[in-house]
Write a protein that binds this ligand. Structure first.
Ligand SMILES: [Zn+2]
Length: 156
């Protein structure tokens, strides 16, 4: 199990996918913010653009989730609709076992396989709003010192 960094297409280049056996190996690559790799192998900020606000999300195989429901719907008339209950349970289970990734609010880069120390909370719309609209943000919240590293989960 190595680490993966997926960087979306930018203004000057296409999307990139970097992979390495360890986080230390990965950040040796050119143009990466290796100084933001924490002492415990976690992320202090985005390795691609250097921004210090990240969020954690599950990598849910959406196509698989939809396929499960589609098969259950076809089987429903033959199973007294119990297949739909089974599909809901299976989807919930898939979600729980799905791996997580840490994504950057600014450039959208996704980091996988890094240690969750420090931990970054789930997506917070008030951070996204502030970064997108700045002063004009309706519900923007100021950036914490050090970004989202070990920040509490958003309340909404
Ligand atoms: Zn970034």
């Amino acid at each position: 199990m190595g680490v993966v960094l997926e960087i979306p297409a930018g203004a000057d280049r296409g999307p990139r996918r970097l992979e390495a056996g360890t986080a230390e190996e990965l950040v040796r690559g050119p143009g990466l913010h290796g100084e933001l790799l924490g002492p415990e192998g976690g992320l202090l900020g985005c390795l691609a653009c250097g921004h210090r606000e990240l969020y954690t999300q599950r990598v849910f195989p959406r196509a698989l989730g939809i396929a499960v429901v589609a098969v259950a719907a076809v089987l429903a008339p033959f199973t007294w609709y119990l297949s739909l209950v089974g599909a809901a349970l299976l989807d919930a289970l898939l979600y729980l076992v799905a791996p997580t990734q840490t994504a950057c609010y600014v450039c959208g880069a996704r980091h996988r396989g890094f240690r969750p120390r420090p931990r970054h909370p789930r997506f917070d719309l008030t951070i996204a709003e502030r970064l997108r609209y700045g002063e004009r943000a309706v519900m923007g919240s100021p950036m914490r010192p050090g970004g989202t590293a070990d920040a509490p989960e958003p309340e909404h």
